[in-house]
Write a protein that binds this ligand. Structure first.
Ligand code: F6R
Length: 640
């Protein structure tokens, strides 16, 4: 059943579920919060309860924060609200760090005036024998409460809703399920290591979800874009459980622009109607077609353009020959071995200015290894080409050092003191206490401040060693220790004034001609995203200062994702030797080798991911008929 859509005109589109697209996750969340608030108030007026189905995970965090704000500032009361959460890991104690009980209490319930008796979350401590009866009662309690008025959903990258993994039927019941391996990997960042991610979970079934009177599914970020396309434009199939929502008659997907990127209207807008042919859009259309056809750009024919819905381009720009050449030349110009501009030579179409010959460069690195991982080749070139390269390490990165790794260092300090007879000095005492703490640390414990400091120091030393390896001076290394990061947990504090001020100070001090920042929005922990928002805010505030006129911002992508080929505005090539040189620079970060706590969804080590990615970008350029390199580091300019 195709839902009646009030948001957009679906007549000439491919979309089978209404979608509402917002610039940011925050804006989308505010819209959903408003829908919830008006429903709650409407029910209050009618003296009725309002039954909400709620989800956990990273997706609804902004929504809950907005509801809390509305409660505090706009007197939104939750006294008439009854909630039923979708799921909980099994087994799972409610007070565990990763439990959904704890999540809901921290994000919402403890911060609003909901009656505790009105809160329902599947119980991860129920004995296996009682589960069937427990699940039946959970469903009948929903019906007793009047049924769900509004169900909030997130979506897994495999298309799951709740923990209804691929294969779950449209009538599936509330039950105990085995988690898909991809879900366990995706959720691994909530747990110290993979083996601690539960294999089972309790979930409300799709049958019960479909009974909700209204459903809103939210999705943020580019990593969700492929599954959103499948759910919205693909067949309704159990293999993509969210696509079954096509059969609900009051369901809305609320997306940010990143999650909507793969929808045909954005991916290939020329297929869904009118299309604004900017040079970027032309590049996108032509490169997409060339890669699909496995043809170099210069081999595309008029027929290819016609067959791919691009006859419009032929009408506007003449023959395939002319368009091919325009796109090919534009892409060729992005390739440069002179990321700081070629001294004294103004090359037409070159992505950077030739002057000043020796630029001041500031690389912002969210974690202490992103500089070398994401743009190591460019970092080394910039230094070797005589630019004054500074690095601002934005966060301490302490959470990513394992207890085993830090214990090794503690053993060293204690052993050192013993070896040289430095008896029980302050450092030894401190280290012994730290060792004791780590030995008795439970998985629900957050590291003590001393341990965090030692872990941070380990990463600082690694970053310094990498800078020495590249050759930059000690005074060009800046550890910013942004406070938003220092919670000791995966969950970070929201960015604040201090974070922005620290960032503004360093920019003001260096007055850079080039800033490089991680535009890596798919980082599952969100640290890169927050670091970027802080840089944007700092730049917006500094914009009027005269030196800013000469300051260009280049975005790089880290270990998690790459720019689409048409988005790349500067591509810095690497020879096989330079690839090895970069790899050795990454290896200096020993605390990040082999296995890292809270690693996220990719089991490969960072150097492997980035090497494959840089080689992949080079391969794409090769396929398009551009010069062939061993690897390419890609950048996009951001106009702030
Ligand atoms: C959580 C839930 C899951 C998540 C999904 C997305 O209650 O039911 O379906 O919504 O796994 O998780 P995030 O939001 O962390 O990407």
């Amino acid at each position: 059943m195709k839902a009646k859509n009030t948001e957009i005109d679906l007549t000439d589109s491919f979309e089978l579920i209404p979608v509402s697209i917002h610039k940011t996750a925050k804006e989308g969340s505010v819209e959903v919060a408003k829908t919830i608030a008006s429903l709650v108030r409407e029910k209050q007026k009618a003296k009725q309860p309002c039954v909400l189905g709620l989800a956990t995970g990273s997706t609804p965090k902004n929504l809950y924060a907005e509801l809390v704000r509305m409660h505090r500032e706009e007197k939104l009361s939750f006294k008439n609200v009854i909630t039923f959460n979708l799921d909980e890991y099994y087994p799972m104690a409610p007070d565990s760090l990763a439990s959904y009980h704890r999540f809901m209490n921290e994000q919402l319930f403890n911060r609003v005036d909901i009656e505790p008796k009105n809160i329902h979350i599947p119980d991860g401590t129920i004995s296996k024998d009682d589960i069937k009866a427990y699940c039946e009662k959970y469903e009948s309690d929903v019906q007793k409460a009047g049924g769900v008025d509004l169900q909030i959903l997130g979506i897994g990258i495999n298309g799951h809703i709740g923990f209804n993994e691929p294969g779950s039927g449209i009538n599936s019941k509330t039950r105990l399920v085995a988690l898909d391996n991809s879900t366990r990997i995706a959720n691994a960042y909530d747990f110290p290591n993979m083996s601690e991610v539960p294999r089972l979970a309790l979930t409300v079934g799709i049958g019960a979800i479909m009974k909700s009177r209204k459903i809103i599914l939210m999705a943020w970020g580019q990593h969700k874009a492929p599954v959103i396309r499948k759910a919205v434009e693909g067949h309704s199939t159990e293999q993509v459980p969210a696509s079954l929502l096509q059969q609900h008659d009051n369901c809305l997907f609320v997306l940010d622009e990143q999650a909507a990127l793969e929808l045909t209207r954005f991916k290939s807008p020329w297929l869904t109607g009118e299309c604004e042919w900017s040079s970027r859009m032309i590049r996108k259309a032509v490169t997409t077609m060339a890669l699909n056809l496995e043809k170099p750009i210069l081999m595309l024919t008029d027929n290819d353009y016609n067959d791919h819905g691009l006859s419009d381009l032929l009408v506007q720009f003449g023959s395939a020959y002319d368009i091919n050449l325009m796109v090919f030349n534009g892409m060729r110009n992005t390739i440069t071995g002179w990321p700081g501009g070629k001294p004294g030579v103004e090359i037409p179409g070159h992505p950077e200015r030739a002057l000043p010959e020796h630029k001041r460069v500031l690389i912002f690195s969210p974690h202490p290894d992103d500089d070398i991982i994401s743009m190591g080749g460019t970092f080394i070139r910039l230094h070797e080409q005589g630019h004054d390269v500074h690095v601002g390490y934005q966060t301490s990165g302490n959470i990513a050092v394992s207890d085993e790794f830090v214990t090794r260092f503690i053993d060293f300090v204690v052993g050192f003191d013993e070896m040289f007879g430095i008896d029980k000095n302050h450092a030894t005492q401190l280290m012994q206490e730290a060792r004791k703490f780590l030995k008795s640390k439970k998985s629900s414990d957050v590291d003590a401040a001393d341990i965090r400091a030692i872990k941070g120091l380990i990463r600082r030393c690694e970053a310094k060693a990498t800078c020495r390896y590249v050759g930059i001076k000690e005074e060009n290394i800046h550890f910013m220790n942004l406070p938003f990061y220092e919670t000791g947990k995966i969950e970070k504090a929201p960015p604040g004034k201090k974070d922005v001020e620290i960032t503004m100070d360093i920019i003001r001090k260096i007055k850079p001609h080039q800033i490089y920042a991680a535009g890596d929005l798919a980082d599952p922990h969100g640290t890169h995203k927050v670091c970027l928002e802080i840089v944007f805010e700092a730049l917006a505030r500094l914009k009027k200062e005269p030196f800013m006129e000469d300051c260009w911002l280049w975005l790089y992508r880290g270990a998690w994702q790459e720019f689409e080929v048409y988005e790349i505005e500067m591509a810095v090539p690497m020879s096989p030797d330079q690839v090895r040189q970069k790899r050795n620079g990454i290896f200096i970060h020993q605390s990040q080798k082999d296995s890292v706590p809270f690693q996220g969804s990719d089991a490969r080590e960072f150097w492997q991911r980035v090497e494959e990615r840089n080689a992949g970008t080079a391969e794409l350029f090769d396929k398009l008929g551009l010069p062939k390199y061993a690897a390419l580091e890609a950048f996009a300019r951001y106009y702030y």
